[in-house]
Design a protein around this ligand. Sequence first.
Ligand code: FMN
Length: 181
Amino acid sequence: MQKRIALIYGTTEGQTRKIAEHVAQALRKAGADVALMHAAELPLDWTPANSDAIVVAASVHQAQVQPYVRDFVERHADDLNAMPTALVLVSLNAALGEMADVPPPEYAKALRDQTGWSPTVVEHAAGALRYTEYNWLKRMVMRKIAGDQGMSTDTSRDVEFTDWEALDRFAKAFHDVLRTA
Ligand SMILES: Cc1cc2nc3c(=O)[nH]c(=O)nc-3n(C[C@H](O)[C@H](O)[C@H](O)COP(=O)(O)O)c2cc1C
């Protein structure tokens, strides 16, 4: 039977929307029926009960995911803990691997501690530096952070670190687990 997956996302500058759309397509290609929705725009009567699995995608800003994603997860933590779930956590530090000042699993742990939700799978995805879309202050802050980490400080260009093939592998593996569960 076709698996129904709700993919709920939060984004601040748009990279996680792009990632969520990509993962939704990959899950559909694997055979799933996917509903892609912004966490802040869910219908009031939305419930996890209408899905076989939930994927939550969010990005890290100052070590936290979007507050509305955190609220969504907290509200549904009991249901989420009782079904197959995945967290796609988007950050810059995911691009740095061992070199990151804060290892991305720390961000996932913070969300778990705040909400009580333990995702079945966590996929850490590298995000992007969208210099051309930041306001002046954000551009300066991100340029400093990027420079400290050895990343591009050329603010005339955006840089995308996302590994799209890794996301394809994640989507396929998650769907395979659902099919065989
Ligand atoms: C103001 C700001 C703060 C950020 N803080 C962090 C952080 O604490 N750790 C991290 O790994 N990445 C951090 N990032 C990088 C974002 O996670 C990355 O740019 C991601 O692609 C944003 O996704 P979004 O466009 O979906 O919001 C930050 C980015 C901005 C603009």
